[in-house]
Design a protein around this ligand. Structure first.
Ligand code: SAH
Length: 254
């Protein structure tokens, strides 16, 4: 049995209790050194063998997992945030299935959730947006034509853009072209929850320049939408006049 573990966004306390325990018990650790905070591994056994997957291709990762599990060693593969989002976990799981190696996936706190936390915002505000689009711009990995940013933009939903900070100017102009009001608030969070985290806030007209001024070039998320503003309706769930399955609403006085 080996484990894929979501390491969380950076702060070493933002890993699940299960993920932490499995790392501490592991004999072999494969982690994405370019993104995972090494402090997440600080409790590992002194004897644990640590591999940085930044220097490995898929075959090499699978070889390490196979050789180690064959010997009965405890192996963990540590991904940044949650492995289900741009984690390239599926291709690994498919190879392990073919080899008959059992594994379990332990989820983690994705950087997009850490970003809401550090911004102290809620992505789903009543009367503003009830939909979150997680996406990326096309880089070396293509994006299916129906999912091009310009297509997604017309919904004016809360949008979270991964892996695209290098194209921030094009990103903002495409969103405007696709249908967001140019004054739509937008923010960039660099290394959310790390000690050197940076937050840049603006709108679609000035965000790109502010990001350049802050010298942010990687490991950042762009979030866009009215949820960053201050106009919204209160929730029904906690409305004192609204009856829920757990609570009877008060009767409004005329
Ligand atoms: N599985 C990860 C995402 C991996 S893709 C997750 O769930 O967060 C890598 C991209 O994620 C980066 O280019 C950046 O856009 C974003 N990212 C990862 N960690 C981040 C962090 N701490 N702060 C801001 N963005 C981050």
């Amino acid at each position: 049995m080996m484990y894929f573990i979501g390491a969380g966004p950076g702060d070493p306390e933002l890993i699940t209790v299960k993920g932490r325990r499995l790392i501490n018990e592991a004999d072999v650790i494969i982690f994405a050194g370019s993104l995972v905070n090494p402090d997440v591994l600080s409790g590992s056994k002194p004897s644990a063998v640590i591999h940085d997957s930044a220097y490995m291709n898929l075959d090499e990762v699978i070889d390490v997992i196979k050789e180690s599990t064959d010997k009965g060693l405890r192996v963990v593969r540590v991904h940044t945030g949650d492995p289900a989002i741009y984690g390239a976990i599926r291709e690994q799981m498919d190879r392990l299935d073919k080899l008959g190696i059992e594994y379990e996936v332990v989820p983690g706190v994705s950087s997009f959730l850490a970003t809401a936390a550090v911004l102290k915002k809620e992505y789903t505000l009543p009367d503003v947006s009830q939909t979150i689009i997680l996406t990326r711009m096309e880089g070396r990995t293509p994006v299916p034509p129906k999912e091009k940013l310009i297509e997604l933009a017309r919904h004016n939903s809360t949008m979270i853009i991964f892996l695209s900070i290098g194209f921030i100017e094009e990103l903002c102009s495409t969103l405007i072209e696709g249908g967001y009001d140019p004054n739509t608030p937008a923010a960039v969070v660099y290394k959310a929850t790390w000690p050197d985290q940076k937050i840049v806030i603006g709108d679609l007209t000035d965000l790109a320049q502010k990001v350049k001024d802050a010298k942010i070039e990687k490991t950042a998320l762009t979030v866009v939408g009215g949820f960053l503003g201050d106009e919204y309706s209160l929730s029904k769930l906690y409305d004192k006049y609204f009856t829920t399955g757990y609570r009877k609403g008060a009767v409004k006085e005329e």
